[in-house]
Design a protein around this ligand. Structure first.
Ligand SMILES: Cc1cc2nc3c(=O)[nH]c(=O)nc-3n(C[C@H](O)[C@H](O)[C@H](O)COP(=O)(O)O)c2cc1C
Length: 161
């Protein structure tokens, strides 16, 4: 079984979890990077980022170093923006057309994840969803506990395959 962790992270929380998962299960890793990253800081980042997420924009991404189609199992992660997944993940999900893959979902948020997993599952119809887990700003709160949670969850998921 070839495994990869695919993620986008704006401020490092999702990256921390993605790297912990990849290390725990010895998976490859693919960071989604928009060609033009959002420049806004402070309050304005919520305005621009939230609007982009709600409008389901699909920013162009830098070329991938790994081909997601080469993998059987994908762990896919994103921060929550406006109760949904981020524009870079939207680009990924709409252009990669994944099907018949085994997929586990993770997200980072500030306390209101909304229906992000339902939305991700809808965009991933035709795949088998193995599980899902969310983390509340793990860089700020309970970092070590969250890293452990991520690692144990990922290992448990691989045992079910
Ligand atoms: C544009 C924007 C919108 C956000 N919207 C939400 C939201 O709807 N609900 C929530 O709980 N957190 C929201 N957050 C907070 C992030 O999801 C949270 O801080 C997350 O841990 C950031 O992950 P990252 O460091 O990988 O970018 C938002 C952050 C940004 C920048």
């Amino acid at each position: 079984m070839r495994m990869i962790v695919v993620f986008y992270s704006f401020e490092g929380n999702t990256k921390l979890i993605a790297e912990s998962i990849a290390e725990a299960i010895d998976a490859d890793i693919l960071e989604l990077k928009p060609k033009k990253e959002m420049k806004s800081k402070g309050f304005m980042k919520y305005v621009w980022g939230g609007k982009a997420a709600m409008m389901k924009t699909k920013p162009e991404l830098l070329a991938f170093e790994n081909n997601p189609q080469d993998y059987d199992v994908l762990f896919i992660g994103t921060p929550v923006w406006a109760w949904t997944y981020t524009p870079p993940l939207n680009t990924f999900l709409s252009t990669c057309s994944l099907s018949n893959k085994k997929i586990a979902l993770f997200c980072c948020h500030g306390g209101g994840k909304g229906k992000i997993f339902e939305k991700m599952q809808k965009a991933l119809e035709g795949n088998q969803i193995l599980g899902e887990i969310d983390f509340r700003d793990p860089l700020k709160k309970n970092t070590d506990t969250n890293i452990q949670r991520a690692k144990e969850w990922a290992k448990d998921i691989t045992k079910t395959i």
